[in-house]
Design a protein around this ligand. Structure first.
Ligand SMILES: NC(=O)c1ccc[n+]([C@@H]2O[C@H](COP(=O)([O-])OP(=O)(O)OC[C@H]3O[C@@H](n4cnc5c(N)ncnc54)[C@H](O)[C@@H]3O)[C@@H](O)[C@H]2O)c1
Length: 327
């Protein structure tokens, strides 16, 4: 769906009867709850800690009010309408029964996720989809012992999903053929930008690319070439400026006269430079302390929430800018 369709869909937002269940109401779970609610879905949010759900519901209201104030609320439903689409659930079975889509958002531990799926499995409707927001654990490993493993798919978001739309969709070898297209349309409908992995790979694509970047940033700081703050600026004021609109492959394509011309001009340099790359570093020792201390000076640990709010506002404004420019 292009952004015009997205705007049209959002212009027609209606409160729906379809039920979505979110299991785990932390950073990712509550952001997904907001996304589904902004499209009018009935969201049931369950957490092992009921206080987490209560906190999530009040935090969501604050976020919706902030978005409204900035003119960045999604869809056409009011803050109250969106908020009332989300309910806290204290019984997992009741939260799952009748849901067309169940999204697991519990911490990234194989034993925890598989035990949560065992509790979900008996209540899942035969046609429902069980999604996992796992960041790197492959779906065949996560779902191999489930009765409903044919309905399982990984839906890996970018944090925070409400403000950064990319989701990686990763079916397992035994996922039913309707699960991927249905999940893809659902994600698109709630304003996400899905990409598909044709086969499983540890860490998926986003984190593999992210770790390659972090590894090189780390090695540059470790070698004393640049300060952590300036390394981050290389991304935020340089590469990242372009990457918000196009990926590295298109960037290179435009930086010469197409990829064949880029190869002629830069392939030797790319090979020379990358042959000096160090392997991925051990994340420990003095470099860890240097990087940590520099960021603590800039953003004290008791001000992380304020900085996250600062980040989310900018991401929301960037989304709006991109949408406005495409219309
Ligand atoms: N935070 C990120 O940057 C990010 C990005 C993409 C994907 N993810 C993935 O999303 C998933 C959730 O991460 P998060 O950052 O939201 O974690 P989080 O710690 O913020 O939230 C996890 C929630 O799960 C709840 N929980 C724990 N055990 C449970 C159980 N048995 N049943 C129900 N709820 C339970 C916790 O109480 C907590 O509220 C992980 O797989 C993570 O890798 C995280």
């Amino acid at each position: 769906m292009d952004s015009k369709e997205f705007t049209r869909n959002m212009a027609e937002t209606k409160i729906k009867k379809d039920k979505i269940c979110i299991v785990g109401s932390g950073l990712i779970g509550k952001s997904f709850a907001m996304l589904f609610a902004s499209s009018g879905y009935q969201v049931y949010m369950y957490d092992i800690q009921s206080s987490q759900v209560t906190d999530a519901l009040s935090n969501i209201r604050v976020q919706l009010l902030d978005l409204q104030e900035m003119g960045l609320l999604r869809g056409t439903l009011s803050v109250d309408q969106q908020h009332s689409c989300i309910r806290g659930a204290t019984d997992l079975g009741q939260a799952i029964k009748g849901a067309c889509f169940v999204l697991e958002c519990v911490p990234e531990r194989l034993d925890l996720k598989t035990s949560v799926y065992k509790s979900i499995d008996p209540f899942l409707e035969p046609s429902a989809i069980l999604g996992s927001s796992a960041s790197g654990l492959v779906p065949s490993l996560l779902s191999k012992d489930l009765k409903n493993r044919n309905r399982f798919i990984v839906v890996h978001p970018t944090n925070p999903p409400f403000y950064a739309p990319l989701v990686e969709l990763i079916p397992s070898p035994w996922t039913d053929s309707d699960v991927l297209p249905t999940t893809k349309s659902l994600c698109t409908e709630i304003g996400q930008a899905p990409v598909v992995l044709n086969k499983e790979i540890d860490g998926f694509v986003l984190n593999r690319i992210q770790y390659a970047i972090i590894g090189e940033c780390w090695n540059i700081v470790k070698a004393g070439v640049m300060s952590p703050e300036d390394v981050d600026k290389v991304m935020s004021e340089g590469l990242g400026r372009r990457y918000a609109f196009m990926g590295p492959l298109e960037t290179a394509y435009l930086n010469a006269d197409g990829w064949l011309s880029y190869q002629e001009r830069y392939a030797d340099m790319m090979e020379r430079v990358t042959s000096t790359f160090e392997p991925f570093p051990k994340v420990e020792g003095p470099t860890l302390q240097t990087i940590h201390n520099e960021f603590v000076r800039k953003i004290p640990l008791d001000q992380l929430d304020a900085r996250r709010k600062w980040r989310d506002e900018r991401l929301a404004r960037l989304s709006k800018l991109k949408k406005d420019m495409d219309n």
